[in-house]
Design a protein around this ligand. Structure first.
Ligand code: GAL
Length: 432
């Protein structure tokens, strides 16, 4: 999985093009669209929260505008674990959907099963190799053919806050270090609000954990420990500090945290019941859907200690082999819609992410998205751009799952010592 180390570099080029104001060229005139019969296009996804559903609705709209019928195959469950289980059973029974929300190294796993279709006809006609950063494109290809279409770039290392809760507690400004965070969290706790809104589910625990690792250890440490799985980094005193800091956060969560969905958790911040949440910028989709504006109804900042780093998470749809020619054509229309400027603009504004297309005009996006785009360029140059491990961008799914299991066990079991958890993480991460 060589691409995991180079994905950042290609994305850099993309964002540099954006930053330099590179004008988008008019898309190559695609072959004149032949009238297509109304086809049912079944799309598996896990976008069921308010902001996510609004985003998915845009794709549906665009597909229907092309004369097709959207067959929604939504499987609730943040992070997509439930969706992947359902997808596997559908695929095993020989009845896969038209497309499914699958990303990162998992795309290659599906391609290796021989189940994915080439969408090169669309990709070539629409010049995807020029529209996309090379290494994003490489992740979307198997044996040189496009088998998936990328949707966006999410940043994971965000901290969200309710400004009123902070004000009431006497917290001035967003904390920029973990020490500052704990001082602020103590004040919020004292004021009677929940300091840290957290949903106790394995993928949410892992999401917070990777931000702590990035903030405490820096990008180099993050890469060594969680991407390269280097035993020296995994067994280092820095990792000990990461686990200690992560554990300390638990004391600032509420009793109803275990099992709570991420969007219900964001709702606590929206409603002024909690001060902070650590979550990727799909959380911004919830604030936006609730009519809140950045800087007024909510605040966004990089998680403490991570202002010079960026954990990226690129959503994409894999395309399954279909027998019927008309169904294949509709699948191509879906792929084409996903990469269109129009879709990238409206989808990403709802979703909280930034466009994956090169040179996209960011002027209509909000300040958090603009910060994301700026930081993307800056971190790409500085080496602070790293793949999100918790969101399937860096290591094979099975290994990701084993590390996540230990992190969650550690979060939930106060009797599991830091030393023991560190030993277990290193053991599962380096197991052959
Ligand atoms: C991420 C995914 C996002 C969002 C989130 C919550 O892994 O990339 O698009 O859906 O999970 O489910």
């Amino acid at each position: 999985m060589k691409f995991q180390y180079t994905l950042g570099a290609a994305l850099v080029a993309a964002m540099l093009a954006t930053a330099c104001g590179k004008k988008e060229e008019a898309p190559a005139a695609a072959a004149p669209a032949a009238p297509t019969a109304k086809q049912s296009v079944e799309v598996l996804h896990y976008w069921t929260s308010g902001g996510e559903a609004a985003s998915a609705a845009e794709l549906k709209k665009m597909l229907e505008a092309k004369g097709h019928e959207w067959k929604d195959f939504a499987v609730a469950g943040g992070g997509g674990e439930n969706a992947m289980t359902v997808l596997k059973s559908r695929a095993v029974s020989g009845n896969p959907p038209t497309a499914a929300q699958v990303k990162g190294p998992a795309i290659q796993e599906w391609a290796n099963e021989g189940m994915l279709a080439s969408i090169d006809a669309v990709a070539t006609a629409e010049k995807w190799d020029d529209l996309l950063p090379k290494v994003v494109a490489d992740v979307m290809k198997a044996n040189g053919n496009y088998v998936a279409a990328p949707v966006n770039v999410h940043r994971v290392n965000w901290m969200w806050a309710n400004p009123e809760v902070l004000n009431k507690a006497g917290v001035k400004g967003m904390p920029t270090t973990w020490d500052e965070f704990f001082v602020a969290a103590d004040k919020i706790k004292k004021s009677g609000a929940i300091a840290l809104a957290h949903g106790g589910q394995n993928w949410q625990d892992f999401t917070v954990f990777e931000s702590v690792a990035l903030g405490v250890g820096g990008a180099q440490f993050y890469n060594d420990a969680l991407v390269k799985l280097d035993p020296a980094a995994l067994n280092s005193p820095t990792m000990t500090k990461v686990l200690t800091t992560f554990r300390k956060l638990k004391g600032y969560t509420d009793a109803a945290s275990p099992g709570r969905d991420w969007n219900m958790t964001t709702a606590l911040v929206i409603q002024g019941k909690a001060g902070f949440q650590f979550m990727g910028d799909w959380a911004k989709g919830e604030f936006t859907a609730a009519g809140k504006k950045p800087g007024e109804g909510f605040l966004c900042a990089a998680a403490p200690g991570t202002a010079n780093a960026y954990t990226f998470n690129v959503d994409s749809f894999i395309m399954f082999k279909l027998k019927d020619e008309a169904a294949q054509k509709a699948q191509g229309d879906l792929a084409s819609a996903i990469l269109s400027t129009e879709f990238q603009e409206v989808f990403n504004q709802n979703k909280g992410s930034i466009p994956v297309r090169l040179g996209h005009d960011m002027s209509k996006f909000d300040d958090c998205a603009k910060l994301s785009a700026t930081d993307f360029v800056a971190t790409a140059k500085s080496g602070g751009l790293v793949p999100s491990v918790a969101h399937g961008m860096a290591i094979e799914p099975a290994k990701q799952g084993s590390i996540q299991d230990v992190v969650t066990a550690f979060w939930n079991d106060g009797k599991l010592s830091v030393a023991e958890a560190q030993k277990r993480i290193a053991a599962v991460a380096t197991a052959k």
